[in-house]
Design a protein around this ligand. Structure first.
Ligand code: NAD
Ligand code: TYD
Length: 365
């Protein structure tokens, strides 16, 4: 039905956006940004508040007149229909997902359910609502995805939008499947969709099961720093605020049917990044240089551990003019400061079931 990606006739603005997963790490940054850059738009945050979702991430905007929170599951089709009816969404910014690779190895089905079936339920609700309301021409379904769908790189090369999908973990397989379902709704039903695939994000409010906040927390507390395998795997890190800025540009000017890779050309071996974090945290805490180096502990490797991710973001740069705004030094320094200044946030998000997860996950390694 559809042909090549098409540019919007003009910069889009929306009356009412459904953001899913807005209480999570990236979602909370995006919501804060949307409230700032789209002052006349209603933003509805649908989030199931899993272990990774925390309303503390949105504390500074919780009373904003244009922000509404709904606790619910994206797989709940009756709820989705009700929300589309009540709020008349003309855009969906879909971030809700199970997002941690290690958990996907332990509990793959939860990932397949939320990430594939949940995305399908949202697509269906949008198609039904926008067909009924005759607004397929102006609406937008924006699906937020990951570079992990492309698989694992060797020492050379970058992922581009035309790289063949080759997911290796249950997480990346579930995200790859959801990308395919999004494209199927676009090509079959003419649903106006756009997809972005981003590299590893870092910044404030990230749940401390992911590498950077986990290491910062453990350096502060003097706990072992678990490095999987030899620590030579490479990730391409992007500051979360730059990801949020890219998403905003894509929402406003992204071409319908297009895909955008987002990344900062910022590759680090895990072990080198951990050394950098040790230097930063130790110096902030007035410790002598190298104080925490002895905490580094090489542990059993992750099953199927992808060796290297690296993104070619030139399509996004040339088509929509986005580029990262900060250097890694600036972003990481800001990030470390935030975690050191927000010990109560760390305490709050790690006080529940996470303690059992942490003990079980790291004790068996
Ligand atoms: P996160 O785990 O911090 O947040 C996910 C949010 O989704 C949480 O608030 C959680 O409560 C909510 N959620 C989970 N299951 C749900 C369900 N069934 N119904 C409703 N809400 C549900 O994840 P994140 O790191 O903020 O990632 C957000 C999105 O960006 C994900 O789609 C992820 O695949 C993608 N992404 C993340 C990264 C990264 O580095 N973190 C990189 C590229 C893409
Ligand atoms: P992670 O933050 O889980 O992101 P992803 O797996 O989606 O890239 O992990 C980033 C890298 O850090 C990855 O190569 C695995 C590694 N890692 C460790 O070495 N130790 C840890 O405790 C964690 C959580 C990750």
């Amino acid at each position: 039905m559809t042909t090549a990606p098409q540019p919007p006739k003009e910069t889009r603005s929306f009356q009412s956006i459904l953001v899913t997963g807005g209480a999570g790490f990236i979602g909370s940054h995006v919501i804060r940004r949307l409230l700032r850059t789209h002052p006349n738009t209603k933003v509805v945050n649908l989030d199931a508040l899993t272990y990774a979702g925390n309303l503390a991430n949105l504390k500074d905007v919780e009373d904003h007149a244009h922000l509404h929170f709904v606790k619910g599951d994206i797989q709940d089709r009756a709820l989705l229909d009700k929300l589309f009816e009540a709020h008349g969404f003309d855009a969906v910014l879909h971030l809700a997902a199970e997002s941690h690779v290690d958990r996907s190895i332990d509990e793959p089905l939860a990932f397949l359910e939320t990430n594939i079936l949940g995305t399908a339920a949202l697509l269906h609700a949008a198609k039904e609502s926008w067909t009924r309301r005759g607004c397929m021409e102006t609406a937008l379904f924006y699906h937020v995805s990951t570079d992990e769908v492309y698989g694992s790189l060797g020492q050379e090369g970058l992922f581009s939008e035309t790289t063949a999908y080759d997911p290796r973990s249950p997480y990346s397989a579930s995200k790859a499947s959801s990308d395919h379902v999004v494209r199927a709704y676009h090509h079959t039903y003419g649903l106006p969709t756009v997809i972005s695939n981003c590299s590893n994000n870092y910044g404030s409010h990230q749940f401390p099961e992911k590498l950077i906040p986990l290491m910062i927390r453990n350096i502060v507390d003097g706990r072992p720093l678990p490095i999987y395998g030899e620590g030579i795997n490479i990730r391409d890190w992007l500051w979360v605020e730059d990801h949020a800025a890219a998403m905003d540009v894509i929402l406003q000017r992204g071409w319908v049917g297009d895909t955008y890779n987002i990344g900062g050309l910022n590759e680090w071996r895990n072990i080198d990044l951990v050394h950098k974090l040790i230097d930063l945290v130790d110096s902030r805490l007035g410790r002598t240089k190298g104080h925490s180096l002895g905490l580094i502990t090489f542990v059993k490797d992750r099953a199927g551990h992808d060796m290297r991710y690296a993104i070619d973001a030139s399509h996004l740069a040339s088509r929509l003019g986005w580029k990262p705004s900060v250097t890694f030094e600036e972003g990481l320094s800001h990030t470390v400061d935030w975690y050191l200044e927000n010990a109560s946030w760390m305490e709050e998000v790690t006080s529940g079931d996470y303690q059992q997860y942490y003990a079980k996950h790291y004790d068996k390694r």
